[in-house]
Design a protein around this ligand. Structure first.
Ligand code: ASP
Ligand code: MG
Length: 411
């Protein structure tokens, strides 16, 4: 007998019909003799709708109240699923974040999980219940409701799986698994059967939306085996686990892109100690997370400095940077938000030379100019003009052989 966590995303519980489908999937697992803990997202579009509602009341919703509001989305889907299961003759019980004692810090809208008290849940499982837990939410030590950030139900599922010692955490979604490239751009991209935590973490942080990056980090930390698969088919999806010998050895496992970044350049910054610190300190103080940074070689004691950051923070950052730039006598600040970061990821890069030059050559053969480059042990990212997004993804998919050789039409 196994203990399984099944997480269902918003599209899987979007309607009552779909909730019934989820219930029969959960029931099937229970019928096999396994213990099942389910984590659900809000019905598709519900969280966005709630956020919109708050904005209709005020431009600046109080953060504590905003979390009370958006947490209700998951309450609806969890209770509907539990009552469907009960109606089918199963013992089921829903749990809100605070009932499950998912203890978090008090950073409303992006809280971190500190602890989960599994005593009652375990008792209920032992008594034969299917437990249905609301994703995305927790409670701080004073009893305030908190939420974990968009896409946070994945994180809830992994945290629950780790804390109850589940054998597997299945992430049910509306795609068949993790693909080597966005199937909307590359319809014949390969579905990966297994992928390492490290690669998945890079893919998730770089823009692939199938799993929330923080959830992958947590899965890696607690060694929770993830299975990303479709709610609407029986096919095996993608297993995310520790790197092992069974994994297929691709030099590049996937190509991904992120259109949510902007790039800011400060022209002619004086080239002397302490300058980078005085530019980035106020940005960090404003809670803005900078991604790539390049500074070119100094000429006549001046250098240009360019960095990328989330598009949504660009306006604030320009304001902050302009004032720093003025005070240090730099020549000016410019911002470009028509950029995309395309990246290739693969553990094979550790042992293969020439991956970067293949990438750069492929892009240049298509006439795509590279504005910035950054690398890690298992990824290479390039910033390019966003009008080339699809062309770049398709080109890299082709040059690194990411197509499924035996793709069937329906997949
Ligand atoms: N309902 C939340 C969201 O839309 C959490 C989740 O779906 O994972 O972001
Ligand atoms: Mg999601």
């Amino acid at each position: 007998m196994a203990l399984i966590v099944q997480k269902f995303g918003g599209t899987s519980v979007a309607t009552v019909e779909k909730i019934k489908n989820v219930a029969s999937r959960v029931a099937r697992e229970k019928d096999k003799g396994n213990d099942v803990a389910v984590v659900v997202s809000a019905m598709a579009g519900e969280t966005d709708m709630l956020i919109k509602l708050a904005r209709e009341v005020t431009d600046n919703p109080d953060c504590r109240e905003a979390d009370v509001l958006v947490a209700t989305g998951e309450q609806v889907s969890a209770s509907l699923l539990a009552m469907t299961l009960i109606d089918m003759g199963y013992k089921a019980k829903s749990y809100l974040g605070y009932q499950m004692k998912i203890l978090t810090d008090r950073i409303f809208s992006s809280a971190r999980i500190l602890d989960i008290d599994t005593k009652r849940a375990k008792q209920d499982l032992d008594d034969g219940n299917i437990i249905v837990i609301t994703g995305f939410q927790g409670v701080d030590e004073c009893g305030n409701i908190t939420t974990l950030g968009r896409g946070g139900s994945d994180l809830s599922a992994v945290a629950v799986a780790a804390s109850i010692g589940a054998d597997t955490c299945e992430i049910f979604t509306d795609v068949q698994g993790v693909y080597a490239a966005d199937p909307n751009i590359c319809p014949n991209a390969r579905k990966l059967s297994r992928i390492s935590y490290d690669e998945m973490l890079e893919l998730a942080s770089l823009g692939a939306k199938v799993l929330q990056a923080r959830s992958v980090e947590l899965a890696r930390k607690y060694n929770v085996k993830l299975h990303v698969r479709s709610t609407f088919s029986e096919n095996e999806g993608t297993i995310v686990t520790t790197e092992d010998d069974e994994m297929e050895r691709f030099v590049v496992s996937g190509v991904t892109y992120n259109t949510n970044e902007a790039k800011i350049t400060i022209l002619k910054v004086p080239d002397r100690p302490g300058i980078a610190a005085s530019i980035f300190k106020p940005i960090t103080d404003a809670n803005i997370v900078v991604d790539m940074i390049i500074q070119n070689i100094s000429e006549d004691g001046y250098a240009d400095l360019t960095f990328t950051l989330p598009k949504t923070d660009a306006e604030d950052a320009v304001r902050i940077v302009t004032s720093t730039a003025d005070s240090m006598g730099a020549k000016g600040v410019s911002c470009n938000d028509r950029i995309v970061k395309v990246s290739i990821v693969g553990v094979g890069m550790r042992t293969h030379a020439g991956v970067a030059s293949t990438m750069f050559t492929a892009l240049s053969d298509e006439g795509i100019n590279i504005m910035m480059i950054s690398t890690s042990e298992i990824k290479i990212s390039c910033i390019i003009d966003d009008k080339y997004t699809e062309l770049a993804v398709r080109t890299l998919h082709d040059v690194f052989d990411l197509a499924d050789k035996n793709a069937t039409e329906e997949e």
